[in-house]
Ligand binder design. Structure first.
Ligand SMILES: [Zn+2]
Ligand SMILES: [Zn+2]
Ligand SMILES: [Zn+2]
Length: 141
């Protein structure tokens, strides 16, 4: 399956109509190792206006296709989810690594995270892990 077929399947599975703009957003996100902010997407996406892009990102997040992570400047960045996510239920409990030099946010989803056991009485809704430091590219400079 090539990317486009995969994305069309993904949109269908989440009851989203297939549009060029939606496919283009998915294409841009899959090609990046790091999470991407809306302004960065705007720069490269071409013929899609800001409101449309905003709506696409919101719909994708709600449907469990992408997740939001904040960088060190407090800007929202978006990255594709694993297939465990679905509507209103995200399971992106991987480490987000914030590079202090290039300001990129990396989804380190190949790492196993330790299970978190909360004290009695706490009801968990969302869990997030984040780390700050230098990414391999910046550390080797
Ligand atoms: Zn997710
Ligand atoms: Zn870096
Ligand atoms: Zn992530």
């Amino acid at each position: 399956m090539n990317h486009n077929q995969h994305f069309e399947h993904l949109l269908k599975r989440h009851q989203l109509k297939r549009t060029e703009a939606r496919l283009r957003v998915l294409q841009l996100l899959v090609n990046k190792k790091t999470a991407t902010s809306q302004p960065d997407l705007e720069e490269v996406i071409g013929d899609v206006d800001r409101v449309t892009l905003y709506r696409i990102l919101n719909a994708f997040e709600e449907k469990g296709i992408i997740h939001k992570v904040f960088d060190l400047n407090g800007t929202a960045n978006y990255a594709l989810c694993s297939s465990d996510c679905d509507e209103h239920h995200h399971h992106d409990e991987h480490l987000h690594f914030n590079c202090t030099n290039c300001k990129n946010v990396y989804c380190l989803d190949e790492m196993d995270m330790p299970p978190i056991i909360l004290p009695a009485g706490f009801k968990l809704e969302k869990l997030s892990f984040s780390a700050t430091g230098l990414c391999p590219k910046c550390a080797n400079k």
